[in-house]
Write a protein that binds this ligand. Structure first.
Ligand code: 6PG
Length: 481
């Protein structure tokens, strides 16, 4: 056996990951695909890679050094389960099976338990960066046992992206069993929020600011030089600059305005709801994709709108205001995302390190940004940080942009331009910052209709007012459910 690592599933992501692995010093890569044509094609097209092709899982297992380490890159769901079963048949105890797909973390927890029963290590590893990342250097979020990471970690370090700040590889042992896929899921939720916020900024610059896509591309390119500098801002400028060859129109004007999704954003929101983590920015981003993709509904409501508000008059500050609104909303989206990460850690007994997670998102992944370095620093200053919004650096940044943020949200509302993620983020910030919240009134309502009780600001204990009787308050010892 000559290979130190194997890849099962050779569609684009799998092939690219295999090629990346093979291109690094010290790796010999075994490859297997269910239909052998694909294996053959890869091996023929990339003879320089020195792949060891296998036509069966037995052959694949025989070509791997022990402990065998194989990364599965097939479709999440049944296909993944089938490959895991197959590998368990041909592997021996102590070998390591890695699922590099976008699996739901609860599936990973289940699989890890069953595979461990059978004596193998199972690692759910989130891999971000798309096709290019897989080939040139992704951000990798492996879960599974610490023991498996001793073998797997050094191999993954050879292919991971390196942070521009310090050259550190963007991979770390995130936590046990499903922790890696959980963190990758939240990464995708944040990705949804980032994309929606950029979309809202574009929409406002265009419909209120009166700029054309090519001009907005210039604005984004300029923003990309500052604290918003990120992969998503960079590619947005490129998309906006693109002109449709057929019609000569801006590319963005010929694309159907219905956003697709494969489910990871929805999973993030579902999980956050179960964890009691309010990820309103991410939720609005998922909802906005949903709203966009119901054309029949949009068509029936559109003609009912009484009057179309005129875009508000804006002054020369507007572009800078939108930049600040985008930045502040982005801080909120990440604050909420990291809250969800920490809540997941507490729920599942994972020791998740937010600073380390921010670090491995600095390069390789879709949300890579200068910003992530700042988040890593914030958690470095205070590992117990209760919210990113409480970090002195981010608090200062958001406070500095708050007026602009309010102007933008108000302008959007008055102009009839939807800005759900901008507004939800601002409301979240204002909620955390409020002296008093109307939650007190909600407690009163709950006590009124259901005797759900409340606590007072000035005394210990649980209370109920007899709303339907004498309206006298009594202290109740045991709170009714
Ligand atoms: C990544 C991406 C990747 C994929 C998303 C797209 O980190 O590399 O997040 O996982 O592109 O799943 O998701 P949607 O199709 O739901 O937008």
């Amino acid at each position: 056996p000559r290979a130190n690592i194997g890849v099962v599933g050779l569609a684009v992501m799998g092939s690219n990951l295999a090629r990346n692995l093979a291109s690094r010093e010290g790796n010999t890569v075994a490859v297997y695909n269910r239909s052998p044509e694909r294996t053959e094609a890869l091996v023929n097209e990339h003879s320089e890679a020195g792949f060891i092709p296998a036509t069966s899982l037995q052959e694949f297992a025989a070509s791997l050094q022990r402990p065998r380490t194989a990364i599965i890159m097939v479709q999440a769901g049944k296909a993944t389960d089938a490959v895991i079963d197959g590998l368990c048949e041909v592997f021996e105890p102590g070998d390591i099976i890695v699922d590099g797909g976008n699996a739901l973390f609860t599936d990973t927890i289940r699989r890890e338990a069953t595979v461990r029963e059978r004596g193998f290590h199972f690692v759910g590893a989130g891999i971000s960066g798309g096709e290019e990342g897989a080939l040139k250097g992704p951000s990798i979020m492996p879960g599974g046992s610490a023991e498996s990471y001793e073998t797997l970690g050094p191999i993954l370090k050879t292919i991971a992206a390196r942070a521009p700040e310090d050259g550190e590889p963007c991979v770390t042992h995130v936590g046990t069993d499903g922790a890696g896929h959980f963190v990758k899921m939240i990464h995708n939720g944040i990705e949804y929020a980032d994309m929606q916020l950029i979309g809202e900024a574009y929409d406002l610059l265009r419909r209120v600011g009166g700029l054309e896509p090519a001009q907005i591309a210039e604005v984004f390119s300029e923003w990309n030089q500052g604290p918003l500098s990120s992969y998503l801002i960079e590619i947005t400028a490129e998309v906006l600059r693109q002109v449709d060859a057929e019609t000569g129109k801006p590319f963005v004007d010929v694309v159907l305005d219905q956003a697709g999704q494969k489910g990871t954003g929805t999973w993030t929101v579902q999980s956050a709801l179960s964890l009691g983590a309010p990820v309103s920015g991410i939720a609005e981003a998922v909802f906005a994709r949903g709203v966009s993709s119901h054309p029949e509904q949009r068509e029936t409501v559109r003609p009912t709108v009484a009057s179309r508000p005129e875009p508000q008059q804006v002054d020369e500050r507007f572009v800078e205001d939108v930049r600040k609104a985008l930045y502040a909303s982005k801080v909120v989206a990440y604050a909420q995302g990291f809250d969800a990460i920490l809540a997941g850690g507490r729920e599942h007994g994972w020791e998740l390190n937010p600073g380390e997670i921010a670090k491995i998102w600095r390069a390789g992944c879709i949300i890579r940004a200068v910003f992530l370095g700042r988040i890593a620093e914030a958690y470095g200053r205070n590992p117990e940080l209760k919210s990113l919004l409480a970090d002195p650096f981010f608090a200062g940044e958001v406070a500095e942009g708050a007026d602009a943020w309010r102007r933008v949200v108000a302008t959007a509302a008055l102009s009839g331009v939807p800005a759900p993620a901008f507004s939800a983020s601002l409301s979240y910030y204002d909620s955390l910052a409020a002296d008093r919240l109307p939650a007190a009134l909600i407690q009163g309502q709950r006590d009124f209709f259901g005797a759900h009780t409340y606590r007072r600001i000035d005394r210990e204990g649980v209370f109920h007012t007899d709303w339907s009787g004498d309206r006298v308050e009594r202290r109740v010892d045991v709170a009714p459910k």
